[in-house]
Design a binder for this molecule. Sequence first.
Ligand SMILES: [Zn+2]
Length: 264
Amino acid sequence: MPKIEFVSEGENKLIFKLTEAHPALANAIRRAMKSLVPVLAVDFVDFYVNSSNFYDEMIAHRLAMLPIKTDLERFNMRENCSCGGVGCPNCQISFRLNVEGPKVVYARDFISDDPAIHFAYGDIPVLELFKGQQLMIEAVARLGIGKEHSKFQPVSACFYRIIPGIEINDKCDLCKNCVSACPRDILEEREGKIVAKNLENCSLCRECEKVCEPKAIKVVETNNFFFVVEGTGALPVKEVLSRAIMILKEKAENFNKLLSELDV
Ligand SMILES: [Zn+2]
């Protein structure tokens, strides 16, 4: 049975091991975290006044890149909302700004319709206004998924590597060439035997195999994976993982149902 074991947990960074899992499952979890878990992002912007040095499109593009603290219980996906996708407080939220230069506009300067929902990092600079320049805009954010646009990705990095296995047979003459050849310092001699420590650091370079004259050491692939996930600040990374698994389960159940309806 596949198992998840957490190595380190933070609000924005999660490291875990996925063991006894098929490579397809590891990849499905990675892809679901990147492209299926929804978060809020600015989707359109109304410009009332813009006398800054920037085109409207440039400002709108910058706003879309700002991560927004998302509460998934609070918002519906636009297509599933009772408003029919027109836009209402249950599926979108506005951020208003009316400022005059000279001023550097930061993410924190925007006034949200709901104080609990705001840009994740207030100190991101958006643009600089010089004397006499004005910006009056309303930016509207909605839920979306990374598959639709990368601005909706809840993770900025999400990758894994295989945790290999090291097999040493009885031809080993303890020459320790492998110990000194390993660039990641994974092998050591303990009680007359070569053993591996911190296998998750192995890069599969196979230098140990190359220097071992009696061909006693072998690096083998396993069904264990070492995951590193970094969030954008929109959602706690652990929630991204749990939602991704929930979404995959739902998809698998639907698929199973479709198969069971097939008569051959
Ligand atoms: Zn709605």
